[in-house]
Design a protein around this ligand. Structure first.
Ligand SMILES: [Zn+2]
Length: 389
């Protein structure tokens, strides 16, 4: 009985391994001919036998969550069919000459397993107002379009606000961090379910992490329920226990969210339209993106994973300005609240200046907004190094 059980485990392990291999290597396979596992530029029975061989002889070095091809947080026969379909048909996704033209992007599964939190800046009573233009309205329109385009590519998308009502910035960040911790928890639990007696030590340590994650999820949830707590956990005056301004618990949240799993599978993007920050000519125009680096607020926190934030912001600057026909202005650093209170890779995008007649015309155009939304979705693919034709 035991022997039979072990054999089954080995077999399942092997299947997980190939699922993980294939999904984590989507970029590689996508750059070959469809599903061509042996790189002979043909998709044939040899590729299928190669796949079978992987399944039968795989090893234990795999990642369960990556094997979940259809993101139902289970590894099951549906994933096997998704895998088979990937091998047989590859990804038919092609962006063509103008990658932003068709909205939403053609249905594809390139962002399967990714979680994107989108933030529409401000809300009623806040944000830029210029003549009869209210920034918060357009931020939300953009975010809803971006969601549609990302979902067409298989991503999970969550919004920090769904209507024009203002949501406190602190609560947005508590919500983002809670969502990220839950995402990590899913991953850890899946990992734990793969361990057996031989992994006793690892399992024990992972259980400790899982317990911590539950606690921190509850903590972030308590801020959402009792907004007064925001004063304690975000940008606090000075934390005696920690010896710096960031609260020890918040710092722990930040540390967990620097986990590779979050860095490789999750993003936070805040969408805005711009107005000149200082008095001066109103003709200033173009796209600007922001990320935080470790030079800001050193006494608060200075261990952000700057390279990820920066790379995301550079890609967004390129693609958003190109797709919308905005001037490519700059990718700059800032310590905006939305960038400071998380370590999920984050960028704040100022699509264009609503105070500039030419930019405003583009922001008011539905067609232009759809191009920008596609550009954000394609930026997300580029960030995750997913190649497409
Ligand atoms: Zn704004």
């Amino acid at each position: 009985m035991k022997k039979h059980f072990r054999g089954a485990i080995k077999r399942i392990t092997a299947i997980f391994f190939i699922l993980a291999m294939l999904l984590s290597s989507t970029a590689v396979f996508a750059s070959l001919e469809k599903g061509d596992l042996n790189a002979d530029t043909k998709l044939n029975s040899k590729d299928l036998s190669l796949l079978q061989k992987f399944v039968l002889t795989g090893n234990a070095n795999f990642d369960l969550a990556l094997g979940d091809l259809n993101s139902d947080s289970k590894i099951n026969s549906k994933d096997i069919s998704a895998l088979q379909s990937l091998v047989l048909h590859g990804s038919d996704f092609s962006l063509g000459e103008d990658p932003y033209k068709t909205f939403p992007l053609p249905e594809n599964s390139l962002l399967q397993g990714k979680l994107i939190v989108l933030d529409a800046g401000h809300g009623i009573g806040e944000g830029g107002v210029y003549k009869d233009f209210y920034e918060h309205t357009y931020n939300l329109i953009y975010v809803k379009l971006i969601k549609e385009s990302l979902e067409a590519s298989g991503a999970r998308v969550v919004l920090t606000r769904e209507d024009d009502n203002m949501v406190d910035n602190y609560l947005r960040m508590a919500f983002l961090n809670k969502t990220a911790l839950e995402f990590l928890l899913e991953h850890y639990q899946a990992k734990l379910s793969r361990y057996d007696a031989e992994n006793y030590e690892e399992a024990l340590s992972l259980l400790g992490d899982i317990e911590e994650l539950y606690r921190m999820i509850e903590l972030m949830g308590s801020i959402l329920e009792n907004p007064q707590l925001k004063e304690t956990y975000f940008l606090c005056p000075y934390d005696e226990v920690n010896g710096r301004r960031i609260h020890a618990e918040t710092e722990k949240v930040f540390r967990y969210l620097k986990d590779d799993y979050i860095q490789n599978n999750m993003l936070f993007i805040s969408i805005h339209t711009n107005a000149p920050g200082n008095p001066g000519p109103l003709s200033v125009n173009g796209t600007v993106t922001y990320y935080i680096d470790n030079e800001y607020n050193k006494e608060y926190y200075d261990e952000y994973l700057v390279e990820n934030n920066r790379r995301l912001s550079l890609i967004l600057l390129d693609r958003v300005s190109q797709a919308g026909g905005f001037a490519k202005k700059e990718c700059d650093t800032n310590d905006f609240f939305m960038l400071r209170e998380t370590t999920v890779p984050a960028s704040l995008v100022e699509v264009g200046y609503h105070t500039n007649a030419s930019d405003r015309k583009k922001i008011l155009s539905d067609e232009n907004r759809k191009r920008v939304a596609n550009a954000v979705a394609v930026s997300v693919m580029e960030y995750f190094s997913i190649s497409f034709q």
